[in-house]
Every structure is written in structure tokens, then in C-alpha cells.
Design a protein around this ligand. Structure first.
Ligand code: NAD
Length: 502
């Protein structure tokens, strides 16, 4: 057994799990029953463990448990009581931040400093949404017909959530917290590559006082376990975070039983730099936008649109700046970029870089990559246009395509010349221009002289191939509830007539 496998096991135990990857169903850790899945350490390429896909029987059990517990959550807890449990959960996550972050770092390959931030944001999510549980009231609507009409916001029931591997515990907290704050039950299936921190998180929710079975975790494959949960008749809504290609499959399956879906999908965000910006600041922003998290972020600034007058200067500033970015062991406090999270993604990125070369790109990379793991250098591609494969394909790696433009109109046209609509940014000191560009670029999130600023209180989501529906903020509460309109005849002499009365 390698040191790394031992470390993995010790952090599994530190967060209350057994050595093996297990599902969490109705308050119990239960091994899967299906196909075998390998968990590989992306830093060394060595096997950490092996586990079995959850399978359809456990999926059924998870949905049944969540359905029963959801009634307990709504009927036996007051709205404020649900909030108190969520505040305790927030504290429990904070108290276990370091162990959760270390386990996340080992399995995902994400630098430990990023994992600490992400776990702290999960604690913040439970605190934020815990504050909403007793404020989810409806409205009284002044209808004209002598009736009292009011709305109540009701939970939907069991929500099935599917998450990707790039920010596993962050994405789990991001979706579970608003769902349970609204009174729903949850069955969640994390990526097969990174299941364990979601299990640990949900176990901490239960030790904080959440009813057994309210949130259940299924570890395993989308094509089997994922599809069987989508089809389960107890599931009332499907929330999917992942790639557009899988998002389509999820939406098609959900539509067969008319289940609503939220799709949080990929991006190819334009990061637009005008020559009137603070260039040093924009250079740092452009690097952080694409290289942090090794570019494995849905909002990464992967298309860098640069005004022609500063194109050569900025691309060479970025290329020389990226040489000092530290790649290495994700558990090392000084590491800024870890390995790519899994071999499938590593191969995909390498393939796109190969295609970029075939399409005539000039490729700027750093040298001296750590050996053994799935490392890819920060990479700047120049001499490509906006219709090239690297500019149109979600690479989801530390690879930026730098494209020149002349005018503001051209910048906006190029920014919108993509199938995605997730995020974008502009760097300029011209306030009017900043607002003009922000209003004209198709994106759910847009930054001005900034990048990757996000908060649980602010809505997040996309359009086009980036999906639909919103997570975070007040909007997530709307996704996880449905309004019921209640009518009471308040006339002194109530009357019943055939047809509409309002
Ligand atoms: P993916 O689509 O391959 O997998 C996502 C999840 O879907 C996994 O849990 C997987 O097991 C499951 N899945 C796979 N096939 C399935 C099927 N047939 N039915 C049901 N579930 C299935 O995505 P990935 O490679 O894990 O993640 C990367 C993608 O996620 C990128 O496109 C990225 O942009 C996107 N992403 C989006 C956001 C956002 O908020 N918009 C956030 C993070 C990641």
C-alpha cells in the first residue's frame, strides 16, 4: 500500500467514513452492488481504492428514505427549527474544514488552499440558506372578485441532484443547502471520480440533526445509477451540474416522466481586455481566470479577447507570468495548480492542444512539469481565430485561446459568437463601455475589472448550451419550491356560478 493510499484512508476515517467508498442511505453507510469503479490519485496516477456502482436497488431505497424523511422534516420541525439544524450543520462543516479539505484535495487533485476556501463556502451556504427557512412566505394578491387570494411556497418533495468532479463538495453544498432549506428531501449522485467528500458532508448534516434519510448519497455511474434515479417515481425534480452532452441525456430522460430540470452546464467564457484598462491588473485577472483550478471551472476565462493594440504585449506578459505559477503536490500549501482531476479529462485536454497545433496555433507553455500525475502546463494559444476548435470547444483545462479584436462592436460580436452563455468579463477604465459591454454579452454572470467573484447570495446560471434555471441566492429558493394559489370566498353572500368567478 502506498503512502498516498494510507493518507487517503486516514482522511476518510478522520471525516467519519470507513476505508472504502460507500453510499449513504437512510443514515447508514452501505456498499454498492453494481459495476466496479476505480478511484485513482491524479497526483500519482496510482489506485487509491475500488468500489461498486450503487445500482438500482439502492437507488430505490434512497428515494424511499428521502420521501419519508421529507415528511418528518416538514411536519415535525418548525420552519425556524429547520434553520437551526442548518446553522448547526454550518458549524459542523467549519469544525471539520481541514480534514474535509485534505480529503477533497487528495481525491480531486485540487490544491489544498483552494479546497479550504471551497469547504468554507459550503459552511457559508448552510448558514445562508438556514437563515431563509422561516422567511419563505407567499403573497396576498388583491384579486377583484370578493375573494381572498394568497400564495404559499411549498417544497417539491424528493429532488435528485447530479454533480461533476471539478468542485465536488462545493457543488454538493451549493445544491443541497437551498433544497433542504425549502423543505425538500434530496438524493444526490456525485461524480464517480470524486464521491467521498459528498458522503462525508451528508454524514455531517445528519450528525447536526437532519432527519435520517432526508439527504442520501448514491456513489456510482450516471448511465446506471443516475438514470435509474431520474426515472424513480418519487423524484419530483432533477438538478444537473455537468457537461452539455450529459445534460441533454438527463433532460430527455426526465422529460419522459415530465419531471422539471435545472441544467448548470459548461461554458466558453469571453474575457475581454480593452487597451484603456490597467494592464497589470488585467494580466493577473486573465491568468487567474483560466489557470486557477487548472482551468477546470465552468466559468473559466478560456477565450481571451484582446484589443489589437495590446495583443502582443498582453500575451507575452501572460506567458512570462505563468512561468512563476507553482505546479505540484495538491497537498502542498504552496501549490497553485495541481494535476488534472482524472485521466479522461487529461486525455481530452491533450487532444485539443494537438488539434490546436494542427490548426496552426502558436503554443506557449511552461516547462518542468511534475512527474507521474496528470499534469498539463498553463498554455496560451495564439494565431487562432474565434471559429477554431480550441476557441469553440470547452477544454476545461489550463488552456486559453487569445484572439485579437479592433473595436467594441467586434469584441461583443466575438464574445457572443459561441454556443455557450455562462459567464464573461471586461477589463476597461471606461465606465460607460464597461456597462455597455456587460449589457450586450450573453451570460448569466458578468464581471467588470474582476473575475470569478461569486457568492451564495447572488444568482448563478446560464443560457444556451450553458443550461437553464438558477442556483444560489433567492432564485434557488424559487427553483426548489412551487407556489400554491389559495382562494377563499370572502363575500357576505357567497355565490357559486358556472364558469370563472374572478
Ligand atoms: P459529465 O457531464 O461527464 O458528468 C457530470 C455528472 O453526470 C457525473 O456525476 C456523471 O456520473 C453524471 N452522468 C454521466 N452520464 C450520465 C447519464 N447518462 N445520466 C445521468 N447522469 C450522468 O461532466 P463532468 O466531466 O463530470 O464535469 C465537467 C462539466 O461540468 C463541464 O462541462 C463543466 O463546465 C460543467 N460544470 C458546470 C457547472 C455550472 O455550474 N454551470 C459547474 C461545474 C461544472
Amino acid at each position: 500500500m502506498t503512502d498516498r493510499t494510507n493518507l487517503f484512508k486516514s482522511y476518510m476515517n478522520a471525516v467519519g467514513l470507513n476505508d472504502m467508498v460507500e453510499n449513504f442511505i437512510n443514515g447508514k453507510l452501505i456498499p454498492g452492488q453494481g459495476e466496479k469503479i476505480l478511484l485513482i490519485d491524479p497526483f500519482t496516477g496510482i489506485k487509491l481504492t475500488q468500489y461498486s456502482d450503487a445500482g438500482s436497488n439502492l437507488t430505490e431505497n434512497a428515494c424511499t428514505a428521502s420521501n419519508s424523511a421529507q415528511k418528518v422534516w416538514m411536519n415535525e420541525f418548525s420552519a425556524a427549527g429547520r434553520g437551526q439544524v442548518m446553522q448547526r450543520a454550518s458549524l459542523e462543516i467549519s469544525n471539520n474544514l481541514e480534514n474535509l479539505a485534505k480529503l477533497e484535495s487528495i481525491v480531486s487533485g485540487k490544491p489544498i488552499r483552494d479546497c479550504r476556501v471551497e469547504v468554507s463556502k459550503v459552511a457559508e451556504m448552510f448558514s445562508y440558506y438556514g437563515g431563509w427557512t422561516d422567511k419563505l412566505h407567499g403573497e396576498v394578491i388583491p384579486v377583484p372578485s370578493g375573494h381572498l387570494n394568497y400564495t404559499i411556497r411549498e417544497p417539491l418533495g424528493v429532488i435528485f441532484q447530479i454533480t461533476p468532479w471539478n468542485a465536488p463538495i462545493f457543488t454538493a453544498g451549493w445544491q443541497i443547502a437551498p433544497a433542504i432549506a425549502c423543505g425538500n428531501g434530496v438524493v444526490i449522485k456525485p461524480s464517480e471520480f470524486t464521491p467521498v467528500t459528498t458522503v462525508a458532508l451528508v454524514r455531517y448534516l445528519e450528525t447536526s440533526g437532519l432527519p435520517k434519510g432526508l439527504v442520501n448519497v448514491l456513489c456510482g455511474l450516471g448511465s446506471s445509477t443516475g438514470q435509474s434515479a431520474i426515472k424513480n417515481e418519487l423524484v419530483r425534480k432533477v438538478v444537473f451540474v455537468g457537461s452539455p452532452i450529459t445534460g441533454k441525456k438527463v433532460a430527455i430522460s426526465a422529460s419522459e416522466s415530465l419531471k422539471p430540470v435545472v441544467l448548470e452546464l459548461g461554458g466558453k467564457s469571453a474575457n475581454i481586455v480593452f487597451d484603456d484598462c490597467d494592464l497589470e491588473h488585467a494580466c493577473l485577472g486573465a491568468q487567474a481566470a483560466i489557470f486557477s483550478g487548472a482551468g477546470q471551472s465552468c466559468v473559466s476565462g478560456s477565450r481571451l479577447l484582446i484589443q489589437s493594440s495590446i495583443y502582443n504585449k498582453l500575451t507575452s506578459m501572460i506567458s512570462s507570468g505563468m512561468k512563476s505559477i507553482k505546479l505540484g503536490d495538491p497537498l502542498d500549501d504552496t501549490t497553485e495548480i495541481g494535476p488534472i482531476s482524472n485521466l479522461k479529462q487529461f486525455n481530452h485536454i491533450q487532444n485539443i492542444i494537438k488539434m490546436a497545433k494542427q490548426e496552426g496555433a502558436n503554443v506557449s507553455e511552461t516547462s518542468d512539469l511534475p512527474e507521474g500525475g496528470y499534469f498539463i502546463s498553463p498554455t496560451v494559444l495564439t494565431n487562432l481565430n474565434n471559429s477554431s476548435t480550441p476557441a469553440q470547444t470547452e477544454i476545461f483545462g489550463p488552456v486559453v485561446t487569445a484572439i485579437p479584436f479592433e473595436t467594441e462592436d467586434q469584441a461583443i460580436a466575438k464574445a457572443n459568437d459561441t454556443s455557450f452563455g455562462l459567464a464573461g468579463a471586461v477589463w476597461t477604465n471606461n465606465v460607460g463601455r464597461a456597462h455597455r459591454v456587460a449589457s450586450k454579452v450573453t451570460a448569466g454572470t458578468f464581471w467588470i475589472n474582476s473575475y470569478k467573484a461569486i457568492h451564495v447570495s447572488s444568482p448563478f446560471g446560464g443560457s444556451l448550451s450553458s443550461g437553464f434555471g438558477r442556483s444560489s441566492g433567492l432564485e434557488a429558493l424559487m427553483e426548489y419550491t412551487a407556489p400554491k394559489s389559495v382562494w377563499l370566498d370572502s363575500a357576505e353572500t357567497p355565490s357559486i356560478s358556472f364558469g370563472y368567478v374572478a
